[in-house]
Design a protein around this ligand. Structure first.
Ligand code: ADP
Ligand code: MG
Length: 277
């Protein structure tokens, strides 16, 4: 049975005071290549703390590549090479000597297809990220953290009595919320989400959108979405990516979500947000 002594926050060895506050993430002139193929050119974008930034644009314009570069995930998939800088509250995450795990702990990622460890219990799925993040927590602290993260992900009430069941037994929408809970366990400062709802039904989608809205106070959120209504509902600002006729992906226009939808400056933005390509 879970203990729910919320009276005092337990001491979890991990981020210290202030080290888990939402951070501003800044891409400074990012270019990227797969071999000879240049897929991003001079992409600069500031993603402010406590805001939700939506990345929009057609398939193949480099949104996922850009998102992976923001937490050094692309180093796992091999061949992309990179120019430019990524600053987390002003610190370059690619600085020589700065370890990859440093970026990964502070900048979490949620993918299009929910990917919990299917045979692992719901409880263990949430705590799975702790070891990777170098966070040591005793049993009691873990219980507390599991409840906290599942609550933030909007899943606690549904699973509190079945924490020992496998993650794979949950519905698709629940699995995605479990993945959000897992990414929150290390107290990231930024959460990157690559089309987190495109495999989900409308009801699950709305629940994730509510979660995004609630989380935005404590973690900077960057979301890739093909769903323009979703971008309009969840984001504070949008960046429109385009890769025209074999040219590398670049940002055509960015601005507040209101401006992008109601007063776009570039005719290509107007066409895209109105579903014309
Ligand atoms: P988006 O997420 O906007 O659909 P991607 O970032 O997935 O775009 O892809 C951008 C470009 O990079 C595409 O031309 C794609 O074919 C290419 N690309 C993506 N991943 C790889 C990879 N691992 N190896 C080679 N080319 C890739
Ligand atoms: Mg993509």
């Amino acid at each position: 049975k879970m203990r729910s002594t919320r009276a005092s926050r337990p001491v979890v060895a991990g981020p210290g005071p202030g080290e888990s506050d939402p951070a501003t993430l800044e891409a400074d002139s990012i270019s990227a290549w797969f071999g000879e193929h240049k897929v991003l050119e001079h992409v600069s974008l500031t993603m402010p703390a406590r805001k939700v930034t939506a990345l929009i644009g057609p398939s193949g314009c480099g949104k996922s590549t850009f998102l992976r570069i923001l937490n050094r995930m692309h180093e796992l998939i091999g061949s992309a090479s990179l120019a430019g800088r990524v600053l987390l509250d002003g610190e370059d995450i690619y600085d020589r000597g700065r370890r990859i795990t440093h970026a990964r702990r502070q900048i979490g990622m949620v993918f299009q297809k929910p990917n919990p460890f299917p045979a692992m219990s719901i409880y263990d799925n949430v705590t799975a990220g702790l070891k990777l993040g170098g966070i040591k927590a005793g049993r009691e602290n873990k219980d507390w953290l599991v409840e906290e993260c599942l609550t933030k992900a909007g899943l606690w009430k549904e699973v509190r009595d079945r924490l020992r069941q496998p993650g794979g037994a949950l519905s698709g929408g629940q699995q995605q919320r479990l993945c959000i809970a897992r990414s929150l366990a290390v107290r990231p400062r930024v959460l990157l989400m690559d089309e987190p709802c495109s495999a989900l039904d409308p009801t699950s989608t709305r629940r994730i959108e509510e979660t995004i809205h609630e989380l935005s106070e404590e973690v900077t959120i960057v979301i890739v979405t093909h769903n323009m209504q979703q971008a309009a509902r969840v984001s504070d600002q949008c960046a429109f990516f385009l890769a025209e006729q074999g040219t590398p992906g670049a940002i055509v226009e960015h601005g507040t979500t209101d401006a992008m939808f109601n007063n776009p400056q570039d005719p290509r933005t107007t066409d895209y947000v109105n579903g014309r390509f």
